[in-house]
Design a protein around this ligand. Structure first.
Ligand code: NAD
Length: 353
């Protein structure tokens, strides 16, 4: 373990990033943690209120697309390691504005790689560039099979294409310039601080507000769900113990068809809100499918399990319960993020509901 490291975490004000920052700030007092985030619609410093006064925590507001700015931050703070999470992350938004995804996810990642290369030079051996990525780079599965680390890339959405591209750049910098990197490709996360444009928090919020629950297509799309703190735990393990130039898949061993997941959420919410059984289910409303929608994602996470001993620690029932309780106890957070800009975007995406 390297002590007294300056660790740059990008996108730390977002959903997963905030859990990673919290974990590192609390667990590694000997590190200086720098959270660099542009605070787009998805970045929210409210997510980090509990740790913002810790002496090993620093916030830098800025855009990774701005190469000069990124270079100047590397020169100023001399980062020893990067955990890169900043991204445009919502598939639907990537369909309406693909270029924003190319700028942040591809160019932004390349800027971070260049700045790391310039600072670390040939002494890069004890450094680490950790790229946090998604299982969506592998494309879609039929009803059988699992994604492994050697599955070919086959992205279908502008979001997954931009993440696939950034993964390739990270690997290429490793091969060409000796950049010490690790990449993880993780399945769908859920948990506190999740922006309510994504399925689970969107539906929790809509049930609270008695609004329609927009279900794409026939609701048969299948996703693997992982509690966000278990992802943060995996990132901690891979950062410290993962092998250089390796990819690790991270998944929850927890596949659900959207419609079954939505029905489960509805029944838990009925209980939590003391509403008669079946109340929330009546809000389900099928909407026009997303173009290029991947049928199924499922992860084989046996490599990280065997090499690093990681496995999910939170069951789906427990994770959902904790997530729902968090949203019910943090209505101001919900109100703040669902007002203003987000509302007009929501209308544009779901004009029929
Ligand atoms: P998010 O949208 O909640 O957060 C992204 C953060 O990045 C925000 O704080 C935003 O302000 C910041 N950001 C965006 N553009 C930026 C820019 N140009 N410069 C600096 N900061 C910028 O996303 P998330 O769900 O927390 O995902 C984090 C990472 O994990 C992403 O790279 C995503 O691809 C990956 N990932 C997400 C999931 C998931 O289920 N959410 C699963 C696997 C991998």
């Amino acid at each position: 373990k390297i002590v007294d490291m300056n660790v740059l975490i990008t996108g730390g004000a977002g959903f997963i990033g905030s859990h990673v920052v919290r974990r590192f700030v609390n667990s590694y007092k000997e590190y200086s943690i720098y959270n660099l985030d542009a605070l787009t619609y998805a970045g929210n410093l409210e997510n980090l209120r509990d740790i913002e006064n810790e002496s090993n925590y620093n916030f830098i507001k800025g855009d990774i697309v701005d190469a000069d700015f990124v270079d100047s931050m590397f020169k100023k703070y001399r980062f020893d390691a990067v955990i890169h999470l900043a991204a445009e992350s919502h598939v639907d938004r990537s369909i309406t504005d693909p270029l924003a995804f190319i700028r942040t996810n591809v160019l932004g990642t390349a800027n971070l790689l260049n700045a790391s290369k310039a600072l670390w030079g040939k002494k890069a051996k004890d450094k680490r560039f950790y790229h946090v990525s998604t299982d969506e780079v592998y494309g879609s599965l039929s009803e059988e099979g699992l994604f492994t680390e050697t599955t070919s890339y086959d992205p279908n959405s502008p979001y997954s294409a931009s993440k696939a591209s950034s993964d390739h750049f990270v690997r290429a910098y490793g091969e060409t310039f000796g950049m010490p990197y690790v990449i993880t490709n993780c399945s769908n996360n859920y948990g506190p601080n999740h922006f309510p444009e994504k399925l689970i928090p969107l539906f929790i919020n809509n049930i609270i507000e008695n609004k329609a629950l927009p279900v794409y297509g026939d609701g048969k799309y299948t996703r693997d769900w992982l509690f966000v703190e278990d992802h943060a735990l995996a990132i901690d393990l891979v950062f410290h113990k993962g092998r250089n130039h390796e990819t690790y898949n991270i998944g929850g061993f927890n596949e659900w068809q959207n419609i079954d997941l939505i029905k489960l959420l509805c029944s838990i919410m009925d209980k939590k809100l003391n509403r008669p059984v079946g109340t929330s289910k009546k809000l389900i409303s099928y909407v026009k499918d997303r173009p290029g929608h991947d049928l199924r994602y499922a992860i084989d996470a046996s490599k990280i399990n065997k090499e690093l001993g990681w496995k999910p620690s939170v069951t789906f029932e427990e994770g959902l319960e904790r997530t729902i309780d968090w949203y019910l106890n943090n209505k101001t957070w919900l109100k703040n993020v669902t007002s203003g800009k987000y509302k007009s975007y929501y209308k544009e995406m779901y004009p029929s509901v």
